[in-house]
Design a protein around this ligand. Structure first.
Ligand code: HEM
Length: 237
């Protein structure tokens, strides 16, 4: 009896944690979509890209409020996902493991953890690369463009993709984000109770297309810049 009670408690707290992972994940997906829409402006040239960055900066305190919300969602998402993984491992190691919800482990959850770790490491390097870097100094001057004056954030991003190792790193991370997102978006509707397991084929397809768009969209940016620099003369068009 007490075992049953304890199992029910663990199940309900697991459901709350899964809901939290799902909802914070949705917030992160919204950020990723908006971030891609902004960064794709690299194709429109320095003026459009920097105007977008300036608009964000002009939001002032609201931007910081959104950044804090994003950070809170990111930390909660990772913390809860790791906690769920530990609970699942423990459940498999004891007698609840026999055919219980807590004991399940799929290929998707394993790869979600791996892609999640790649994304976490990527975000740390990425913030150091761009968010925390000097956007007006020498690193933002694209040789031969804009009379060798700073091209602001555009110049910083452009110059950083001169390096093939960084391009490879960004492409790998972009694919990890697309993959992670496609699995997450496919399952979150069941987790939050919007869809039943048997209703998911269309949601799965939409999620895969979304993941593909995110992976291709982000990857295309470093590849485009690298090709422009090394095969078409170096400067922005
Ligand atoms: C590959 C293409 C990408 C490019 C060119 C890019 C570019 C940038 C730039 C320029 C910034 C600094 C903005 C500023 O300080 O004003 C930034 C910030 C950021 N990026 Fe990316 N990014 C890319 C992919 C990603 C991906 C895939 C993620 C998420 C997994 C991501 C997450 C972030 C975060 C969390 C910030 C900080 C946001 C902020 O300071 O407001 N980025 N990115």
């Amino acid at each position: 009896m007490s075992d049953e009670f304890s199992l029910r408690n663990r199940l309900s707290s697991t459901v709350v944690k899964e809901l939290t992972v799902g909802l914070t994940g949705l917030m992160l997906v919204l950020f990723v979509g908006a971030h891609l829409a902004g960064n794709i402006l690299i194709y429109a040239g320095p003026a459009s890209y920097n105007a977008y960055a300036a608009k964000l900066q002009a939001m002032g305190p609201l931007l910081w409020f959104m950044r804090l919300g994003l950070l809170a969602a990111f930390v909660t998402h990772i913390g809860m996902a790791i906690n769920l993984d530990i609970v699942n491992r423990q459940a498999r190691a004891n007698r609840y493991a026999v055919n219980t919800y807590l004991g399940r482990k799929t290929v998707a959850t394993r790869t979600m953890l791996a892609s999640g770790i790649i994304i976490f490491l990527f975000v740390l390097v990425h913030l150091y690369d761009f968010a925390l870097s000097d956007k007006t100094g020498p690193a933002s001057i694209v040789p031969g463009a804009n009379n060798n004056q700073s091209l602001g954030l555009f110049g910083l991003v452009w110059n950083s993709f001169r390096d093939p190792v960084r391009v490879l790193f960004y492409v790998t991370a972009s694919c990890a984000v697309g993959f992670h997102l496609s699995h997450a978006v496919a399952s979150v509707w069941v987790t939050v109770g919007v869809l039943r397991d048997e209703d998911t084929p269309v949601a799965d397809l939409v999620a895969r297309l979304l993941g593909l768009a995110v992976a291709v969209g982000f990857s295309s940016i470093p590849i485009y810049v690298f090709v422009q620099i090394h095969f078409f003369g170096g400067g922005p068009t």
